[in-house]
Design a protein around this ligand. Structure first.
Ligand code: AMP
Length: 223
């Protein structure tokens, strides 16, 4: 199973990425975690990207593309899939990762989109700040990260929609419920991807399921 996760900050990428990785026994590659680790160790790379992280801005594309190339090559050598969490964040990264994955014959089966509205995301991120004290979980930086997501990350979803590998889930619910829905969708896709060529696949939008159960679906627009 080869998964890309695209979600605004606070939607639960880390939690759901770890769940997917454990369930399918695949590596969980979270660019944000790797970059924070470099900053904590004050490596050369860490010193170069520290200000970007503190401001909630994207680090240069080449930095994350190098991380992704290594992660995909490692997964290929190990004969596994992967779950990439937090990348791609803009259309240039999306295209470059597609090229890297094509070269390695490791293109993604699924672009998993976690959808949630801004009011809920800010509430969650401020709650996390109180627990973990992440330096980019202050209200100002949270606003910047959400703006970056809306302006440059969210638009790439349509590109994955055209490729027929987009799966959107409603991430406003408790993590357990979201996780169950993700695993159920990925299980089905896992069996399908072997038989259905990419061009013949369709986008799967599960975000409206809330209506069927009597609660409104999230808008994924500023709230
Ligand atoms: P995250 O943990 O995914 O919220 O990422 C934390 C921070 O790491 C982001 O605000 C960016 O500064 C940086 N970052 C993580 N992934 C990427 C990426 N794919 N492209 C550029 N910057 C990234």
């Amino acid at each position: 199973m080869r998964v890309l996760m695209i979600a605004p900050p606070g939607a639960g990428k880390g939690t759901q990425g770890a769940l997917i990785a454990a369930y399918f026994s695949i590596p969980h590659v979270a660019t944000g975690d790797l970059l924070r680790d470099h900053v904590a160790r004050q490596s050369e790379l860490g010193r170069a990207v520290q200000t970007h992280l503190q401001r909630g801005e994207l680090v240069p594309d080449q930095v994350v593309l190098d991380i992704v190339r290594l992660a995909l090559a490692t997964a290929k050598a190990a004969g596994t899939g992967y779950v990439l969490d937090g990348v791609p964040r803009n259309i240039e990264q999306a295209r470059a990762i597609y090229r890297i994955a094509l070269e390695l014959d490791m293109t993604a089966d699924v672009a998993l989109h976690l959808q949630a509205d801004d009011g809920e995301l800010v509430r969650r991120l401020l709650a996390r700040a109180a627990l973990e004290g992440r330096s980019d979980d202050t209200e100002d930086v949270i606003r910047t990260r959400l703006r970056v997501y809306r302006e440059v990350t969210h638009p790439i979803l349509s590109w994955y929609g055209q490729r027929g590998i987009l799966v959107s889930v409603d991430a406003m619910r408790p993590a357990e419920a979201v996780g169950r829905e993700i695993l159920a969708a990925l299980e089905v896709l896992h069996s399908l991807t072997e038989h259905v060529p990419e061009q013949a696949r369709r986008t799967i939008d599960l975000t409206g399921l809330g209506d069927a159960f009597g609660h409104p679906s999230p808008s994924d627009t500023p709230g």
